[in-house]
Ligand binder design. Structure first.
Ligand SMILES: Nc1ncnc2c1ncn2[C@@H]1O[C@H](COP(=O)(O)OP(=O)(O)OP(=O)(O)O)[C@@H](O)[C@H]1O
Ligand SMILES: [Mg+2]
Length: 463
């Protein structure tokens, strides 16, 4: 399943969380303040309209003609219009105050002797209407307050709170970014350390710094785990090396005994001779297995010392191929050096390079009827050495595994005579890597296998 990144999730959580919280806070504040302001305003307006109604009443009693002047003066002094309804009709609509603002139901309710106040919206604006009855003269006084200023204040409040919520969300997002970075950093460190260790850098450890307690714990457990693993690997490598070492002396005794027996071969019965030959053959396989194991174990333990010399590649390959062939008892293989490679040098341990050649030429002899040619060439900053044969080649699915320890391919199983242990190419790869190079297998132009070695070019004296 596709997993979203932890950082993104933290970021979204923080951003959305901050947005929700700040919006909630802003709305709560807005509605409480709105309620408070409206209540306050209404209290003030109510008081005012009762006072004005009292004025209207006393004017109606004392001198009704002065009512117009009174209404005008009230209107000039306040932010409201006073409407007087008497004997079922409007007495004065001073300054065009809309009597239509006061609905028939309101008039009716006040006419029944009830004091009434109400906030309503007219033409998109809020108004507050107060109706006071004066039953003695069948009159109702209405005062209509326009709440423009209140609306304006609320608008500004809304704007400020909205802006505040936005800023808080942005700050929350920033916090999320910081926290996610901080939270993910130790994970990235662990993963890059693990990758380095997987690449063979076994000394890699996480830095024990002033990190948080949990991260510190992770760091310590990780480092302990790696140290224990490395210790265990070293112990295993030492064990293999010790075992192979211990096997050497009895093996030498056995080899000596067999060679003594071989000197007296003629004195043995035919069955004895046959047994001796079998013993000698197995002994030589055993010997090479122990040699290879010891070398691999030392290479694992890091105690395999390479004496690296800078040598001319042409001479190195020619000589190694010749002595390998001699040692293996196989015909010599022609070595072709390209013009580009003639003057170049490489840095290798001679003895081990010879073992590389011996392994490759030995394999070619075993599985492919012998190598046809060894070619040396130059490519970029590398020198290449190709060992070609015309045998069955290496199947594509085995081209990587044949370099693993104890891996024996189909070619080995097809030829019951070719006995081996599957360590040869593993050692070859270890040695080539120790020289800073690589080895892979392809198909040769002749149809068989081509073992292709690349070694870094080294500057050095060429005789
Ligand atoms: N030239 C070749 N042509 C075809 N197959 C090969 C060739 N060289 C190696 N192989 C395959 O690669 C496998 C591994 O070779 P490697 O040299 O590591 O082991 P081995 O030859 O089986 O045993 P040993 O450890 O004695 O050398 C062989 O078993 C064989 O299947
Ligand atoms: Mg081999």
């Amino acid at each position: 399943m596709h997993r979203r990144s932890l950082r993104l999730r933290l970021l979204i959580t923080f951003g959305v969380g901050a947005l929700l919280l700040s919006s909630l806070f802003a709305s709560l504040t807005y509605f409480s303040v709105q309620r408070l302001l409206v209540d306050n305003q209404q209290q003030t307006d109510l008081r005012e309209s009762f006072a004005n109604a009292a004025l209207v009443r006393s004017t109606l009693y004392s001198s009704p003609p002065a009512l117009g002047a009174l209404l005008n003066s009230i209107e000039a002094a306040t932010n409201s219009s006073v409407l007087v309804h008497t004997h079922h009709q409007w007495l004065s609509t001073s300054h065009g105050a809309a009597t239509s603002d006061v609905s028939a139901e309101i008039v009716h309710a006040v006419d029944n002797g009830k004091v009434l106040h109400q906030t309503i919206s007219r033409r998109g604006k809020l108004i507050f209407i107060v109706g006071v009855p004066i039953p003695a003269v069948e009159t109702q006084v209405f005062e209509v307050f326009r709440l423009e200023r209140l609306e304006h204040s609320l608008k500004i409040l809304g704007l400020v709170l909205g802006l505040g919520a936005l800023v808080t969300s942005v700050i929350g997002l920033g916090g999320g970014l910081w926290v996610s970075r901080r939270a993910v950093r130790p994970l990235l460190n662990v993963s890059s350390a693990a990758a380095a260790i997987a690449d063979g850098e076994l000394t890699t450890r996480l830095l024990v710094g002033q990190a948080d307690q949990e991260v510190q714990q992770l760091t310590e457990s990780f480092n302990t785990m790696v140290s224990r693993l490395v210790a265990r690997m070293e112990r295993d490598a030492r064990f293999a090396s010790d075992v192979s070492h211990e096997l050497r002396s009895p093996l030498t005794t056995l080899t000596t005994t067999v060679s003594v027996l071989q000197q007296h071969r003629d004195e043995l019965s035919p069955v004895g001779r046959e047994s001796l030959d079998l013993l000698a053959a197995d002994l030589s396989i055993f010997q090479s297995l122990v040699d290879d194991l010891l070398e691999i174990a030392r290479s694992d333990a890091g105690s395999l010392e390479h004496v690296i010399e800078i040598v001319p590649v042409a001479e190195l390959v020619r000589q190694s191929a010749r002595s390998a062939a001699q040692r293996l008892g196989i015909p010599e293989v022609p070595v072709e050096i390209s013009d580009a490679a003639r003057e170049l040098s490489v840095g290798v341990d001679r003895r081990r390079f010879e073992r590389v050649m011996a392994n490759l030429l030995g394999n070619a002899a075993h599985y492919a009827g012998g190598a046809i040619v060894v070619r040396v060439d130059a490519a970029d900053s590398h020198v290449t050495v190709d060992v070609d044969d015309a045998g069955p080649g290496v199947p594509i699915d085995e081209r990587e595994s044949i370099f693993q320890r104890f891996f024996r391919g189909r070619a080995a199983h097809d030829r019951s005579l070719a006995r081996g242990t599957g360590l040869g190419l593993a050692l070859v790869r270890d040695h080539v890597a120790a020289f800073g190079g690589t080895i892979v297998v392809h198909e040769s132009p002749e149809g068989g296998a081509r073992f292709h070695i690349e070694l870094p070019r080294r500057e050095g004296a060429v005789e």
